[in-house]
Design a protein around this ligand. Sequence first.
Ligand SMILES: *[C@@H]1O[C@H](CO)[C@@H](O)[C@H](O)[C@H]1NC(C)=O
Ligand SMILES: *[C@@H]1O[C@H](CO)[C@@H](O)[C@H](O)[C@H]1NC(C)=O
Ligand SMILES: *[C@@H]1O[C@H](CO)[C@@H](O)[C@H](O)[C@H]1NC(C)=O
Length: 347
Amino acid sequence: MSSPQKLSFTFFLLCSSILLTVRVAITAGIRHHGQHRQAVKKLFVFGDSYVDTGNNRKSLGSSWKDPYGITFPGKPAGRFSDGRVFTDFLGSWRKYSPKKLKYGMNFAFGGTGVFDTSAPYPNMTTQIDFFRQLVNENLFSAYYVKTSVALVSLAGNDYAAYLARGGSPQGLQTFITQVVNQLALDIQRIHSLGVRKIAVTALEPLGCLPSRTVTNGFQQCNSTFNQGVSFHNLLLQQGLAKLNNQIHDHRPSPFMILDLYNAFLSAFKQKGAHSGSAAFSNPLKPCCMGVNQNYSCGNVDAKGKKMYTVCQDPKSAFFWDSVHPTQAGWNAVSLALQPSIQELHST
Ligand SMILES: *[C@@H]1O[C@H](CO)[C@@H](O)[C@H](O)[C@H]1NC(C)=O
Ligand SMILES: *[C@@H]1O[C@H](CO)[C@@H](O)[C@H](O)[C@H]1NC(C)=O
Ligand SMILES: *[C@@H]1O[C@H](CO)[C@@H](O)[C@H](O)[C@H]1NC(C)=O
């Protein structure tokens, strides 16, 4: 068990102060990869709160506060959910064991985007810079990197930041193009560092997030937002197809989409129809929410009084808070994405 410690220490020396908060999930597979070829798929993760498993600082943000983490691990642990998030289902697809969560490293920070947002954390460019630094320092061997897969999540913080800055609806189309172009550059960089398979999330239906549907009592998705999302996803799809065509020396294609848009919609429809899988009575209604619009999940007042409510059974809710799925929600999404996830693992 000396290898993880040594690695953490090297990591400590290598990285700038903000990176010190990165939780390093180290693999015993580094030493053993010669004997276990392809046995364990290593995963490098970039992006935001949909895949962050605890990198945000404890003093900031909701993910380290009650009631986050009540389902797993039983207390707040930095995940933006009641329990496991997308990464957990992806990385441990074959044999699901919370103890052996991850082989690889997670560079994702909740609240971030490809561009700077209001979140005080590294944007995607900087996250990839951290990865490049570790590759250049040979902390990850070429073999290690080339037998890994990367997961890149872009859940929409760039767009939230755009709207918060007062960006105009007219300018949105141009901005969407800029975001997708930057994302394409980012994944090309990950590929050029040696990762052969890179899965990128399509944007989830932003118009269905509780933060958007609260105004209609969580009854219906906002189609205006979802149209923008569809444009983003179309550009992304075209962009990845172009990149895959340009790269002739790798088969199968390096870039693939994990279609969160349709996976969310298909999970919403599970109203008890599937035995054994989650049934969401009202899929748009979050489990945890503020007592009024001035508060959100996890908020307390000056006296420490809870200013939020939590549903009885988080398993019956798709959304945990105003933007993040529950563990049950992520489970349903992962089931809907099973063919893509298997492709990722079999590469
Ligand atoms: C990402 O952050 C770095 C460091 O703050 C900054 O220099 C860079 O311009 C940002 N990149 C983008 C694409 O916004
Ligand atoms: C969708 O959201 C926009 C912006 O908040 C709002 O102007 C519009 O009325 C909403 N549309 C529907 C159908 O709720
Ligand atoms: C929310 O906060 C604003 C400003 O402090 C206040 O005027 C309003 O009454 C509050 N709303 C509720 C529902 O408490």
